[in-house]
Design a protein around this ligand. Structure first.
Ligand SMILES: *Cc1c(COP(=O)(O)O)cnc(C)c1O
Length: 354
């Protein structure tokens, strides 16, 4: 197996899934297992299923298409493109929506395919990514949806923290619950699902402040990194190293810490800055910004400092390490969510399942 590679511990993912589901189920909350962080890789999804996941969610229709063989309901997390509604209806059962035009297109397409597609209407509670912002619009769109064939109103939902950093709380999620109650009264319908956000909502369960009416969360990071994302705290009894990066040293030499000559801009058009530490021991590994942001990876060897990266060279200061690194040795890293996402996306990085 080649370097650089991501090593994926499927048992740890299964374990994390069980823990997260357990926390949620105690509050009558169902978990959508979000698979976009690892490009919907089949074996990782299977580990989530083994851990108890019963709905799969991804933002890329390609990932859902690749997993069409899995017999579980699939949810498209990214608002559908009107131009690709056919694929949406074909490969997903549920989608998050905020635009009536798109929903009408889904309705037409679903009728043609003899299907009923489930709609979760997204409400923007202030994070200012997707969702309907004005409350009047919500009722207007719902009035339309319930009269359309080929689609059914499955629930309402929201997404917080991802863009604006807004933390879910009793106030904003309380508003979502109120909207649900108003819809039920006004249209005399039952709203099955209130989808109350992503891994940033987990802390509300832990401190007992999640509304009883919220019955679904869409969880990615909470499972694959064992972390709630409102405050970045570890979820108890989970692993944060289900994914590791392992790279090979291609050069190791003593050199100055400051480049010599007139400094222009680096490979990415930025003017680099360096700290003068005299002569240091520098290691280069064959991975770069094309694969991952060098500051989304954390060396297991705490005495290594990442200096920077170009498109395919990662440069590190190993001066203070207790290990006498040699050419051909490997250096391993823990990963942030962004790190996992981009490394799993890079086809130059091998994937090894353990
Ligand atoms: C990515 C995403 C999620 C999952 O987010 P995590 O922080 O990984 O739990 C949930 N919902 C939507 C709409 C998303 O785009």
């Amino acid at each position: 197996m080649n370097y650089p590679r991501v090593e994926i511990d499927l048992n740890k993912i299964k374990h994390n899934t069980k823990i997260v589901i357990d926390i949620c189920n105690k509050n009558n909350i169902k978990v959508v297992g979000v698979t976009k962080g690892f490009c919907g890789k089949r074996r990782i999804i299977q580990a989530m299923i083994d851990g108890g996941i019963k709905i799969i969610g991804d933002s890329r229709i390609e990932n859902l298409k690749n997993n069409r063989g899995i017999r579980l309901p699939k949810m498209l997390l990214c608002l559908p493109m009107k131009s690709r509604v056919k694929e949406v209806v074909k490969y997903s059962d549920i989608s998050l929506n905020s635009e009536l035009d798109t929903i009408k297109e889904i309705s037409k397409t679903a009728i043609n395919m003899n299907k009923t597609h489930k709609i979760i209407l997204m409400i923007d509670l202030g994070d200012l990514r997707e969702g309907i912002f004005e409350e009047n619009q919500i009722y207007n769109i719902i009035n339309n949806i319930i009269n359309l064939k080929g689609v059914s109103l499955y629930g309402i939902g929201t997404n917080l923290t991802c863009h604006g950093g807004v933390i879910p709380d009793e106030k904003n999620l309380g508003k979502l619950v109120k909207i649900k109650e108003k819809i039920e009264k006004r249209f005399e319908i039952d709203i099955d699902v209130i989808s109350g956000g992503n891994s940033s909502s987990i802390y509300l369960i832990n401190n007992g402040n999640i509304s009883k009416q919220i019955n679904q969360l869409r969880i990615g990071e909470g499972i694959i990194l064992g972390r709630e994302t409102a405050f970045g705290n570890k979820i108890k009894n989970t692993y944060d190293d289900c994914f590791k990066l392992v790279t090979e040293i291609i050069e190791i030499k003593n050199k100055p810490s400051i480049p010599i000559g007139n400094i222009g801009v680096d490979a990415f058009g930025n003017k680099p800055k360096f700290q003068d530490k005299g002569i240091i021991r520098r290691a280069i590994c064959a991975i770069g910004k094309q694969d991952v942001n060098p500051f989304d990876i954390i060396p297991d060897d705490k005495d290594i400092e990442i200096i920077g990266a170009s498109s395919d060279h990662l440069i590190m200061d190993v001066t203070n390490s207790k290990i006498d690194y040699r050419i051909g040795d490997v250096i391993s890293f823990r990963l942030s969510y962004g790190g996992i996402l981009s490394l799993m996306t890079s086809r130059y990085v091998s994937k090894l399942y353990i």
